[in-house]
Design a protein around this ligand. Structure first.
Ligand code: G1P
Length: 275
């Protein structure tokens, strides 16, 4: 499936990253030399996305917008020329599912990637092309095996038949079930390919886990209707939503960075040698 539009829900409050996010939106926190949102936009672009629908909270849109403003003539943002951005405001913080639903009009009946702002990948270790390839016209969610202690931090799939190497049917889903209630160990790790069917599933959803409208509950509906696949990624994504993950992401991306990686590796080796 060819996918040229991506939704980036970027309205989260970044509570796990306080106090860093008291006045800076978490999508603008820097990782090495660029903000989180730019890493995500670059990932989308590598997969062929030309249009980004960014869902932001009130008051944050100007800041995010101004990062990309005037990029056509800017060497600093070379490579991002020609990308189109639509900014959608989520007036009330009613959950991830509600945020994605706000993008419905801008997405306009196309299939789209959904790229969660907490999760980054090291360039070259991307998953989006594989999601698009795995789709037979159905939605495809990116899955990873989770450790027991993470089963209350992620949405978890009800897994059906295996269709191909790494491709399974998703028959349902539970948000943050915990070890006792987990229907499998395969969790949703922040990368999704949705057909427009997901909007009908989101509409009319009652608040779920944590009193919020959950994207996972829409995936459950897709799965129950036989309209969702899962692709099992071969490595974990980085998670900049908490301080430990943020440091790990900074390390992984600094080591990758063409201009910094060599020096940073030496620095880390020196630190490790001192211990
Ligand atoms: C969200 C989703 C969850 C998913 C996770 C991936 O949770 O609700 O289903 O597994 O992102 O990072 P959050 O991390 O916003 O609590």
């Amino acid at each position: 499936m060819k996918v040229t539009v991506a939704v980036i829900p970027a309205a989260g409050r970044g509570t796990r990253m306080r106090p860093a996010t008291r006045s800076v939106p978490k999508a603008l926190l820097p990782v090495v030399d660029r903000p989180v949102i730019q890493w995500i936009v670059e990932e989308g672009k590598r997969a062929g996305v030309t249009e980004f629908v960014v869902v932001v909270s009130p008051g944050v849109d100007d800041l995010l917008y101004s990062h990309f403003e005037g990029m056509e003539g800017l060497g600093e943002l070379a490579g991002l020329e020609g990308l189109r951005f639509t900014w959608v405001i989520q007036e009330q913080a009613r959950g991830l599912g509600h945020a994605v639903l706000q993008a419905k009009e801008a997405v306009d009946n196309r299939s789209f990637f959904c790229l969660l702002g907490d999760n980054l990948v090291v360039p070259g270790r991307d998953h989006l092309a594989a999601l698009a390839e795995a789709s037979d016209g159905r939605s495809v969610v990116c899955l990873r095996p989770l450790a027991d202690e993470d089963l209350d931090r992620y949405g978890v799939a009800v897994v059906g038949d295996t269709l191909a190497d790494r491709v399974v049917e998703v028959a349902g889903a539970v948000e943050k079930p915990g070890r006792e209630r987990a229907p499998s160990r395969l969790g949703f790790v922040g990368r999704y390919l949705f057909t427009p069917e997901v909007f009908a599933c989101l509409e009319g959803l009652a608040p779920g886990y944590g009193g919020e409208i959950q994207l996972t509950d829409a995936i459950a509906r897709l799965g129950e209707a036989g309209r969702c696949l899962g692709w099992v990624a071969d490595e974990d994504l980085l998670d900049v939503g908490n301080p430990a993950g943020y440091v790990e992401a900074t390390t992984a991306l600094a080591l990758w960075h063409p201009g910094l990686g060599g020096r940073y590796r030496e620095f880390l080796e020196g630190l490790a040698g001192d211990r």
